[in-house]
Design a binder for this molecule. Sequence first.
Ligand code: 475
Length: 815
Amino acid sequence: MRSVGSTLADFEQDLISNLYYQRGTTLESASGSDGYQTLALTVRDRLVERYARTAAAHYEANPRFVYYLSAEYLLGRQLGQNLLYTDTERFVRPIAADLGVTLEDLESYDVEPGLGNGGLGRLAACLMDSMATLDIPAVGYGIRYEFGIFKQAFRDGAQVERPDDWTFYGNPWEFPAPDDRQVVGFYGTTAAALDDPTGLRRQWTPGEVVRGEPSHMLVPGYGTQTVNIIRLWQARASRQSFDLSRFGAGQYKEAVEDIVRAENISKVLYPDDSTEQGRELRLKQQYFLVACSLRDIIRRYRLRNTGWDAFPAKVVIQLNDTHPVMAVTELMRLLVDEYKLDWDLAWSITRRTFNYTCHTLLPEALETWPVAVVERLLPRHMEIIYAINHFFLQEVEATYPGDLDRLRRLSIIQEEPDKRVRMAHLAVVGSTAVNGVAELHTRLLAATTLRDFAELWPQKFHNVTNGVTPRRFVRLANPRLSELITERLGDESWLTDLDRLEGLAGVADDPAFLERWRAVKRANKVDLAAHVERSTGVVIDPDALCDVMIKRFHEYKRQHLKLLHVIMLFNRLREHPDLDVVPRTVLFGGKAAPGYHSMKLLLRLVNAVAETVNTDPVVSRRLKVVLPPDYNVTRAQWIIPAADLSEQISLAGKEASGTGNMKLALNGALTIGTLDGANIEIRDRVGADNFFLFGLDAQEAADLRRDYHPRAYYESDPDLRAAIDTIAAGTFAKGDRSLFAPVVDSMLGRDEYLALADYRAYLECQERVEHAWRDQEAWARMSVLNSARSGFFSSDRTVREYCDRIWRVEPVRVA
Ligand code: 475
C-alpha cells in the first residue's frame, strides 16, 4: 500500500491528484466547492492511513471495546478539526495563498452535520473525541439522518424552520460501508418456538423488513495515532421493494410506496428537546438504530471471539439516554430466540453489557411508550419486556415482601392513566451502572426520579460530571487565546492535560499578562461583531460587555428571566437617558422545538425587544440585543471566545449539567448563575469570588413550588411590574397588546420555573456584575482564574472516569 507522505510537497501533489482523479477537474476550471472538496479528501487521506493502523492494532489486541449508542451526534465542522489533528494547516495556508484563496473561504463550504438537538448530542461528540485522544477502542453508533436539525430563520421575528439538506453537495468526511449492511424487521407476529419447553423462547416473523446501510465518519484522536469511527445507519428499502409491475402499469406512486416508507425511518432528526413526541416513527428510528448496531457489534465480536461467555468482557455498551434502550430487549431477543441461549444466561450477559446515562430530571422528558404502540411495532420485544418485568418484580417482591405500592412504582410498565413502557426503568433494570451527568443531578436522580431504584441497588448509581473537548472549544474556537496560553505555559501539552491551565493562575496578577488577555478578548469581540453584523445587520460595540445566553430555548432554562432584565434596562435608560450604566450587548442564541409554541413566541419577543432596543436612539447607545439566527456548533465557536458573561440561570434542580457553561468558563467568561447542574462544580473550582451567584437553591425551589403565587412578586416589585407591564402594553408589538399576552399570562398565572421569585436576586446580581466590570483589570483577573481553574471540565477527565469506574477498558496504543 502506498502510504501518504508527510511533507508539503507530498501534500501538494496529493491535492493535484485528488483534484484530477476524485473531482475530475483541473486547476483552471475548479470552483470554490471543488477546492474545498479536494482539500477535504487530501486531509482525509491522512486520517485513513491512521484509521487503517488503528483497525489493525485493535484486531491484534482484541481488546474490550466501548460501544457508544446515541440517537444524536452534534459533530460540528470537520475541516478545521482534521487539519489540526493531522497537523496539515501549515501546508494549506501557503498553498491557498498561492492560489489566491484563504483557508476561511474554503472553510465556508464545510457543512456541519447537525445530527443532534443540543447538549446531549454535543456531549456524545466530545466523548468520542476524548476516547480517541485517550486511545480507547471505541465505536459510536448513530443514525445518518437525511435531514439534521432544522435551520432556523426569522420571518417578522418569528422562527421558521427550514430543512437541513446537509449532504446536498456530498459529505467528503464519510465512507459508505455497504458490505456491513443489516436487515431489520418491524411489525408481524410471534409464535411459540417448538424446541423450548419454558415458553421463554419464541419466534418472531416480522411484517416489514428494511435494510440498514452504514457509513462512517472518522474520529481522530489529538496528539496520538488512534482514529476511531462513528458508524451511522441509513434506512433503505430491501431490493425487492420496487414494484416494477405497478410502475409498468403507470401506478408510479404505489410502485415506490415501500421504498418511501422504509427510507422515511432515517429521514429526519426529531427536533424536540426533551418533550416526548408520541410518534411511532420515532420508536421505529430507535429500534432501527439498536437493531443495526447490535448486529454490527456481534459481527465485530465474532471476528476474534467464539462463544458467548466472553461477550460482556469484550463488549461494553453505553446507552446515551433512553433513546437506544430498546437495545436491552433486542440483545435478549437475539440471544434467546436466535442464538438459543437460555433466558437466565442471556439476561446475565445482557445486564453485564449495558450501562445507562441519564441526562434529565424533568419528568416530562422521561420517555415512555404506549404498550399498544410497542406491541404493534415490535410484538416480540413487548413480550420480552413483560418477561423481564415479571422476573424483576419477583426480585423486588423478595426484597420488599408485600410492598405493592413499591412494585407499582418500580414496574417497567406504568398502568395509570394508560399502559406504557417506562424506558428509563427498562434502562436501569438492564444495566450494570447508571450515571447522572453532574453531582447535583446524580444526587437528585437518586433522591427523586429514580429513588426506588437507588434504594434497591445503591451501588448501581454513579456520578460522572460532563466535560467538553478543549481541542474544539479552546484551540479551534479561540486560536488567539490558545497561542497566549501556550506561550505562557511553554508548550501545547495543556490541550491533552487541561489541569495544566492552573499554571495561568500564577500570572493572574501580572498587569502585562492581563493586558494581553484583554487584547485577545477584544480581538475576538471584533470578529464576533463582524459575524453579528453579517447575520443580523446590527452593529455592536466590541467594548461593551458581551453578555451571552446560548442554548436551546426551554422554559426551565429561563430565557424570559434574562429578557425581563433587558426590559428593565431598557425602561431605565428611557426614563433616565443620562444614567451611568455599563454598555452591554446581550446576545441570545438557540432554537425552539417546532411544536413548542410558548418558546417560539418567546423567541419572537426577543426579536421584538431587540428591534425596539436597537432602533431607540438613546437606549441603543448603551444597550444592544441580538439573536443571530440558526445557532449551531459553528456559531458557538464564534460566540464563545468573545463572551464576557455567561448566563446559566436555569431554575435550580432542572438543568442536569449544562456544558455550554464549561465552554464559556474555559474561554474566560464569568458566569452569572444559579446553584444548578455543573454550575455548582464550576463555582467550587473557580472560586465564589469569581462567580456571580444568585437565586433559590434546589431545595428552596422545590419547597416554594408547593405553594407559589407569582403575582405576589409582580405586585411587590415595581421594576418587575414595570418590565411585565411594558410587554403587556404592546410596546414591543407596535401597540398590539394581544400578541405577547400569552407570555405575560404564563408568567403571572403559573410561572412554572419561578422566574419571578428569582427576579430580584438576579437583578441585584447583575448590579454586582456591572460594578465588577467597571474595574477592567480586576475583571480580567477573574477571567484568567476562570480559565485557569476549569481544567477539570475537559471531556478527557470525563472519559477517564467512565473508563475507571464504569467501562473498565484499557487504552490500545496504535503504532
Ligand atoms: C441536558 N436532549 C444538559 C446535556 O448531558 C446536559 C431529549 C430528548 C430528545 C432529544 N434530545 C434530548 C436532551 O435531553 C439534552 O440535550 N439534555 C442535556 O444533556 C449533556 O448538559 O443539562 O439538558
